[in-house]
Ligand binder design. Structure first.
Ligand code: GLY
Ligand code: MN
Ligand code: MN
Length: 435
């Protein structure tokens, strides 16, 4: 688990970037209604979680860099025995200080009264405008308290600065503690994929496999990082397929894109394998092309490589393979330049991974593709999707969707694969499924 000391270190680092005259304000994610008086399971806002480890709604964090050595103030719910009878233990202002390392904690009801005072004599407010319009309005109300008052005796904030700019750059680089959490998320998610491969056979439905995945997450006290994609046959060609309710056909492939979240950190794995445990000739050929592209792209994850290089490696490799099979025609340069491959490979080769599955962090710096640096974590997930009704392609390839995805860390040497425990070589998959 990420320790209170690490959360404190993150707040200190952010405060040193915000600097004198700055105040940082974040609000906790609201508890969202599903229907009637049922709520969705609560998930804290990732930025808020990153700075606090605090997993309750109705909270706000205020960081004041130039008060003492930097002051962290949490506004949160007070403990309420009646409420605890219904919903279980609450954290409360006392534990916010003793267990969460805050310098001060106040009941959330005090926010409107205390905030104008806290903002006085500061010139910049760091906040993510636009994420929560109701909260933005409250912030503007606090700032409006200074309007029309003579400023001879105090300063008032004149600027709202984008907080994401500072915070998301921090989140992009994973600490040792974060990497440990992500290794664990990767291990549990890999276990779930293996469990699904073992369970899979004709006669089951996608729903059975979905249940196997969730079972493995839950017994490890994790939850899905995103709704699992369990697509048999041509359903694998629907990139965001989540219905997961169709029968699994003998002779079809099954694509599973699923990962859990451990201590807030996501894992994101895709494997594609035969429902009956044996690849057909065609499946084998197309699968090998995707596997080759994925391995080449993983190998390209090196310190100093550009973000776009990774995608280019995958595109070149997939294009070569599809040209060889006659799925694409013409020469390589043309197929790449004209983007012909995009008919069958329409997404990017990966994304940053962390507290969010599609994690924060810029992919470009000053208009140029970003160089990879140690401690960044990204997915590598090339695929080929041939829609069942694509008359431009030989019928033998139609209706196949194949993606292979792993999570890798940029290190000073070869990339570290966090999700390598799930087999992806054909022989290894077949051997596992035959057990
Ligand atoms: N599972 C979402 C993605 O692979 O990007
Ligand atoms: Mn995925
Ligand atoms: Mn992904």
């Amino acid at each position: 688990m990420i320790r209170p000391r690490e959360y404190a270190r993150r707040r200190a680092q952010l405060m040193s970037m915000a600097g004198e005259g700055g105040v940082v304000i974040l609000r906790a994610a609201p508890h969202r209604v599903r229907n009637s008086d049922v709520h969705y399971p609560y998930r804290q806002d990732s930025d808020f979680l990153y700075l606090t480890g605090f997993r309750e709604p109705e909270a706000m964090l205020v960081l004041v860099p130039d008060e003492g050595d930097g002051t962290s103030i949490l506004f949160c719910r007070e403990r309420d025995p009646d409420k605890e009878m219904w919903d279980g233990a609450m954290i409360g202002t006392e534990a916010a200080v003793t267990d969460y390392g805050m310098d001060q904690a106040h009941p959330i009801e005090e926010a409107d009264r205390l905030l104008p005072e806290l903002l006085q004599d500061h010139v910049r407010v760091y906040h993510d405008l636009g994420r929560d319009v109701a909260f933005d309005q409250r912030l503007i109300n606090w700032l409006n308290e200074f309007r029309g008052k003579p400023r001879r005796t105090f300063h008032a904030p004149e600027e709202i600065v984008d907080l994401g700019h500072l915070l998301h750059e921090m989140r992009l680089f994973k600490s040792r503690g974060e990497l440990a959490a992500m290794r664990k998320a990767g291990r549990i998610s890999a276990g779930a994929q293996v469990r699904a491969m073992r369970a899979c056979r004709p006669g089951l439905t996608e729903a059975h496999i979905h249940a196997e995945l969730v079972h493995e997450y839950m017994v490890n006290q994790c939850e899905p990082a995103y709704p699992p994609i369990v697509g048999g046959g041509a359903n694998a060609c629907v990139l965001h397929y989540i219905a997961n309710d169709q029968p699994l056909g003998d002779g079809d492939l099954l694509l599973i894109d699923a990962g859990c979240e451990y201590d807030g950190y996501a894992s994101d794995i895709t494997r594609t394998f035969p429902v009956n445990g044996r690849f057909t000739g065609e499946q084998r050929v197309l699968y090998e092309i995707v596997l080759h592209a994925q391995e080449a792209a993983i190998d390209a994850v090196r310190e100093g490589a550009q973000w776009d290089d990774i995608h280019d490696v995958a595109v070149e490799s997939l294009t070569d393979g599809m040209l060889e099979l006659g799925i694409l025609e013409g020469d390589r340069e043309e197929a790449i330049e004209k983007g012909l491959y995009r008919n069958y490979y329409l997404h990017k080769t990966g994304h940053w991974l962390g507290l969010d599955t599609h994690d924060v962090g810029d992919y470009q710096v000053d208009g140029h593709s970003r160089a990879l640096e140690r401690g960044m974590v990204l997915t590598i997930e090339p695929g080929i999707y041939i829609r069942p009704d694509d008359v431009n392609v030989d019928p033998r390839w139609r209706g196949m969707g194949i993606r292979i995805e792993d999570d890798v860390v940029v290190t000073k040497d070869a990339p570290e694969n966090l999700t390598g425990r799930v087999p992806k070589a054909i022989d290894d998959i077949e051997a596992l499924m035959a057990e």
